[in-house]
Design a protein around this ligand. Sequence first.
Ligand SMILES: *[C@@H]1O[C@H](CO)[C@@H](O)[C@H](O)[C@H]1NC(C)=O
Ligand SMILES: *[C@@H]1O[C@H](CO)[C@@H](O)[C@H](O)[C@H]1NC(C)=O
Length: 531
Amino acid sequence: MRASYKRCCGLILLVGFLLMALCHVWSPGSSSRVDIWPKELGPIDSHLNGKIRNIASAYRDIPYHIKEDVAGRLAQNTCMCVADKETVHLPFSNLLWPRVWAHDLGVAFLESQPDPEGVKHNRAQEYRSFQRRSFDPSEVLVVAEAQSPLQYPTQGVKVQPLKTIIIPGLGLKEEKKSNHSVYLTATLGTFDIAASVDRVTVKGAAEKHMVLSSPVLSSLNRQLQFVTYTNTVFHPRTADTIEFSTSGHQAFFTIKVGHGTVPTLYNHGSQKEYNISALVTIATKTFLRYDKLKELIASIRQYYPTVTIVVADDSVDPQPVTGPYIEHYIMPFGKGWFAGRNLAVSQVTTKYVLWADDDFIFTSNTKLEKMVDILERTTLDMIGGAVKEVTGYTATYRHTISVEEGGEEGNCLHIRKGYHHVINGYPNCVVADAIINFFMGRTDKLQQVGFNPRLARQGHLEFFIDALGSLHIGSCSDIIVNHASKIKLPWTKTEIQKAYDKFRYTSAHSNKNLQNEIFYFKNRFKCMTSQ
Ligand SMILES: *[C@@H]1O[C@H](CO)[C@@H](O)[C@H](O)[C@H]1NC(C)=O
Ligand SMILES: *[C@@H]1O[C@H](CO)[C@@H](O)[C@H](O)[C@H]1NC(C)=O
C-alpha cells in the first residue's frame, strides 16, 4: 500500500516535470522585445550622406559649360501651378488650340476652411508619419567607391517614367594613361551630359550607348558628374540595368523607373485626444441574427455613441436596422462571409476600420483608443484584440505563417501557434502573422489586401495568407470584446438559429473543397502544415 502510494507520487511528479519541460519547449513565440516605432534615418544614413557629399564635391576647380537643352530637362522638384498663356485672341481659339489650365488646390480648398493653418499643419504631420512608415532602406542612395577601378551607385537611383536625372556617384580611379575612357550602356533609356568639360570627348550623347574619354583623368571624373539618364521606354514600375565599364573592367547597377508613391492621408482634424468617431468605423456582417446584431449595436452605443457602424447584410428577408450613425447595406441573399467583409470595408471613409462579428458585445474592456494609439505610434497596419467566451476563456488566436519553396509541385504553407516578438512599450502586445477576427486596421491597407469573396461560409486564415508580406500585424491580449453565447442546446434553439446553423455549417464538405482549391490553385501550395 505504502510502496504503491510512493510510486504513484513519484509518477505524478515525473509526469508534472515532463509536462513542465514540454510547456517550456513548446511555449509559443520568443520573449524578445522589438521596437517597431517608425524609423528615422539612422547613423548609417548620415555616414552614407557624408560620403556622397564628398564624392559630389570632388573636382570642384575643373570648369564646365552647361548644356541648356539637357540641363533644362532635369527634374527640379519645384513644380509651379501655371496655366498656358493665351497666345491668340480669336473666336473658338480655345477649341483650335486647347490650352493647359491650372487649378491651385491649396488656395481653392484652404479658403473654405475656418482654420487653414491648422489644416496645413495636420496634413504635414500626417505626411511625415506616412513617410516614416513607408521608408525603405533599399531606396537610399549607396555608392561603391572606386575600387574596381569603377565607382558607381549600387542602389537608390530613381527616375520617373520618361524623365531625366543626373546619375550620381560615377567615377574612375586608375593609373595615368594617355587616354582614359569609360562606356555606358542602357536598355530603357539614353545618356547625355548636362554640362561639358574641356578636353573630354563624348560620343553617343542622347543614345543608349555613350563613350567618354579624356587624356586627363580628373577632367573625365568632372565630366562623369554631369552624366544624365533619360528614361525613353514607358513603364510605370520597372528598372533599367546600366552597364558601366572601361576596356578591362565591367560593373552593373540599376536605375529604378517609376512614379513616386502618392500618399493616402486622412483629414481627421486635430485633437489632443483620439477622437474615435472621427478616426474609426466599425464594420460587421450579419446573416439572419438580428437579435445578436441589436445587442452588438446597443453595446457599442454605450461606449461610442457617435462612431459610424457599417452593416453588410445578406439575409434572405432583410429587416431594417436603423439608428443614428448606422449604414445598413443589403446584399443579394447568401453572398457570404468574405463578400460581406469586402462590402463593409469598401464603404469606410475613416483612417481605421474595426472588424467585429455580429455576435460580439462591447464592454468597458473594449478600448478602441488603445488600438488607435498603437496603430498611430508604430509601423503596424493591423492590431487584433482578444475575444472572451461566456465560459471566461479568452482567445487571441495568434499564429505565425511561413512559406517554404517546394519546386515544381508548389510551395509549402506552415502555420504555427505563436508570435514573433513582444512590442516594445506595449507589454501585452505581440507581432504575429494571423490573429483573431476582432481587429482594427488601416482602411487603405485592408482594402488593398481585400477579402476573397469566393469564401462564402467560412474563412479567416485565407485573408492573412493574402496579407503575408504586405501587412504588419499585432495582437494585444488586453483589448477584449465579449462573445455572445455560442453553445446552445439544440432544444433551446430558436428557428432563426437553426436556419443560421443549417446555412453556415452543413456545407462543410464543399467548404473544404473550396479551401483546398484556393490553397492549391490560387496560392500555389502543394502542402499545408499546422498545429
Ligand atoms: C580614346 O579612347 C576612346 C575609346 O576607345 C576612343 O573613342 C577615342 O578616340 C580615344 N581618344 C584618343 C585621343 O585616342
Ligand atoms: C469627433 O469627430 C466627430 C466626427 O468627425 C465630430 O462630429 C465631433 O465633433 C468630434 N469631437 C470632438 C470632441 O472634437
